[in-house]
Design a protein around this ligand. Structure first.
Ligand code: PEP
Ligand code: MG
Length: 527
């Protein structure tokens, strides 16, 4: 709860003016680029205390983009030819680059176009000497914008930043990643928010219930204040209690695990009392890197990550690149429906030497030191499952034949996230060691509603009864084979189903680390 502060963007389009001295305009260009570079270096430094190094690498590429020689040369040529103002020339050149990238049908490049737009605005702010005043906060505030870019976010004092509300943005953009890493409450996709809320308005942002209250009554303010204070007290207590395993009062239990995608999240998982990692999204660990990891890099990364955690069984998922998690250096052909296209193991087998082989070998070597199990994403048919099991066995045999440490194959499980798998427990249960319901993808396929499209999000909320029906059938089949069924999609942390999952006999629920203490507290409150 706090006063709103509207982010003041650069006003576009920029007017063209005649310049008496193109030389002075060129000088202005170089000084703006220097300022913008310095600014980004400073931001990187400020963030280095709160973000892990791999998430800071993005600032190196921002600095390269600012000083791109092609942009500089073309801007100078434009100024000389048109005898015009530097801001207009620079904007025209960057606009050309942005629209040519945007025309390519590639989600990764679309994100790069967003980055370039952000860089352009930053340099323009330096040219127009507009910078900062309107966009900094000196009192605790909730920031309101159409879109807040990572630089603007990084610039703000996190102690004064109470929350963020934007009308645009996606769950995979960098801003969301940073906001999550910093633990700032936020809501994205709130329609027309910049028109409805102005600077100084009192706002209550409830990210848990996805709700914004403008001009709350004095009664609601008082209630909210109490709620915030209570939440702080509860959070500390719950986090402390979460270190223990959670049992209901009649001594039933369910493991509460963490979804992890970076070293920092592994540390958070340990802090928040996770009973282990239920889903390591390995693709997120490397998505920001310049090149794909080789076997050694895979091995070292997971070893470091797992050594931050207690000695429990951890579930490591094979790379799920593709769809909205594109790796830039990987050759890919444009796809109309990438979520149902060449992703996960489909892509992994297409580039076996580059993607699956080094990772499988690293997992196998890791299993002699850590208790791990291997999770296979987007399994669709029994043939898919057979293919990956054979590949793992082959790599294991090769490791043995070269005389490296003997490695028994860890349990191999599958994500249940494709309807064909969800509908046929009788076929799949006998063939894998464990099962983890990816309810995010499963919901999007069951409801024919793209999980990254805010316009069809309401359909996904109606998927729960169908999801629960599939989960129930799996648990019942798996009991006969003494195998475990878990949930690692959003549904795992839905409190409405918690009791049902415990009674049904779901083995574990895996969720973002910060949700674990609350879920464990709820479990202990059940009869
Ligand atoms: C899922 O699909 O539910 C899941 C847990 O995997 P991801 O969100 O990484 O696709
Ligand atoms: Mg999935």
């Amino acid at each position: 709860m706090g006063k709103a502060q509207l982010l003041d963007p650069v006003r576009l389009p920029i007017p063209k003016k005649k310049s008496a001295s193109p030389k002075d305009e060129i000088k202005k260009l170089s000084s703006a680029l220097k300022k913008a570079t310095k600014h980004n270096t400073q931001l990187k430094e400020n963030l280095s205390k709160s973000l892990p190094p791999d998430e800071l690498e993005i600032y190196e590429s921002y600095i390269e983009m600012i000083n791109d020689p092609e942009v500089v040369d073309q801007t100078i040529a434009y100024i000389e030819k048109e005898q015009c103002n530097v801001d207009f020339a620079y904007y025209q050149i960057q606009k050309g680059f942005i629209s040519s990238i945007e025309q390519l049908d590639d989600p990764y490049l679309k994100q790069r176009a967003e980055d370039l737009r952000m860089i352009t605005n930053g340099v323009l702010e330096c040219m127009l000497e507009k910078h900062s005043k309107n966009n900094s906060i000196d009192t605790p505030s909730i920031l309101i914008a159409d879109k807040i870019d990572p630089n603007q976010l990084a610039e703000l004092n996190p102690k004064l930043l109470l929350g963020l509300i934007t009308s645009k943005g996606g769950i995979t953009d960098h801003t969301t990643i940073i906001a999550k890493a910093l633990g700032i409450p936020f809501l994205i996709g709130v329609k027309n928010v910049t028109e409805k809320i102005t600077t100084g308005d009192l706002v209550i942002l409830d990210s848990e219930h996805q709700c914004v209250t403008l001009h709350p009554s004095s009664e609601l303010i008082e209630q909210t204040q109490l709620k915030i204070e209570q939440q702080k007290i509860n959070w500390d207590k719950e986090r402390e209690r979460a270190k223990e395993k959670a049992y209901t009062q009649s001594n039933k239990t369910i493991e509460v695990l963490a979804n992890v995608g970076s070293l920092q999240e592994a540390i958070d998982a340990s802090d928040c009392g996770a009973d282990g990692i239920g889903l390591l999204r390995t693709e997120l660990c490397f998505i920001e890197q310049a090149s794909l990891p080789n076997e050694k890099k895979h091995f070292e990364f997971y070893s470091e990550l797992l050594s931050n955690l207690p000695d429990k069984t951890h579930t490591l998922r094979l790379l799920d690149f593709g769809s909205d998690k594109q790796f830039p250096g990987l050759p890919s052909s444009p796809e109309e429906n990438p979520a149902m296209g060449n992703r996960a193991l489909r892509l992994g087998f297409m580039h076996y030497e580059l993607l699956l082989k080094p990772q499988i070998r690293a997992f196998l070597r890791l299993s002699s030191t850590f208790k791990i199990q291997i999770l296979c994403p987007m399994i669709t048919t029994l043939e898919d499952l057979d293919q990956i099991k054979k590949a793992i066995k082959l790599e294991n045999d090769t490791i043995h034949s070269t005389g490296k440490t003997k490695t028994p194959i860890p349990p191999i499980g599958i994500m249940v996230e494709v309807p064909n798998v969800a509908l046929h427990p009788e076929l799949f249960v006998p063939q894998a060691d464990f099962f983890s319901f990816g309810t995010n993808d499963l919901a999007q396929f069951i409801m024919a509603a793209d999980r990254t499209n805010a316009q069809v999000a309401h359909y996904l909320e109606s998927a729960n009864p169908s999801l629960v029906q599939c989960i129930t059938a799996y648990v019942n089949h798996a009991k006969e084979y003494h195998k475990k069924v878990s949930i690692c999609g959003e549904l795992a942390s839905n409190p409405d189903y918690l009791k049902h999952f415990i009674e049904l006999g779901v083995a574990s629920l895996s969720m973002p680390p910060r949700l674990i203490p609350k879920i464990k507290a709820q479990i202990t409150s059940f009869d």
